[in-house]
Design a protein around this ligand. Sequence first.
Ligand code: SF4
Length: 313
Amino acid sequence: MNVENSSDLARRIEALKREKNAVILAHYYTTPEVQAVADFLGDSLALSIQAQQCDARIILFAGVHFMAETAKVLCPDRKVLIPCPEAGCSLAESCDAGDFAAFKARYPGYKVVSYVNTTVGVKALTDICCTSSNALKVVESLPADQPLIFGPDRNLGSYIQKLTGRQNMVLWNGACHVHEEFSLEKLLALKRQHPAAKVVVHPECRAYIVEVADYVGSTAGILDYCGRSDAREFIVVTEAGILAEMRKRYPEKVFIPAPPDDETCACNNCRYMKMVTLENIRACLENESPEILLDEEVRRAAERSIRNMIAIR
Ligand code: SF4
């Protein structure tokens, strides 16, 4: 795409938003062009909250499928559009609702805590959702003797288990293809080249990566930490889309993306988030389709688990 096409598309999208009373919510992992047409930019927790606070007729979710579903769960009276319905999430796909129901049935009396990176069907089986920003708070809000199922991310689950010392917690065996791919060897080599750099890590990474971090946190947490820290250089061990926002907020600092194990695969980029483009956003606004439609009973059950999370934010 040339620059002229890109700016024409952006102008058309702005006009469509005004004409149709639409807002665009975009995740930090989308491309910089997509982030530039967004009304709100954030991580999944911030965007879930933003979805219910805005009063637009149409919410277009520039992100992956489960995020648009979450917006629809919270805003059933609004038209929620997803420009690329094929944009899934390897983590959400690692947890099929039918398999999760069977897993849950093996643990009667356990409460279910699920990461928001799940389908609406899994959220409907969940007592309380969490994000990487508030997972610790959510787990700590439940009595220490309450046995828990935590899903679907095994890395986030074991990190929380380690922080809380909770033994009575069983983990679903799911993971994100981006965060599992970072190489410890390459990260340590990068650290030797930049000894003053702080290593900032998302808790969806494997435990041996988390162990060498100076800071572990959600996308929003990492952004805050980089602003607060006196350090000038950071090695960023999460999805590379966040770098655009980091460089915009803190132009005086240096952000170095950690390489994935296989550097030819660009796997520190979420391939699903990059499926959202200016072209499919424009077509989606023009056609008001594809739209997220949910079974009302499932939606209500999922809403309870999300609202439980928002209540203890
Ligand atoms: S980075 Fe991983 S968890 Fe996030 S949307 Fe992409 S596949 Fe899902």
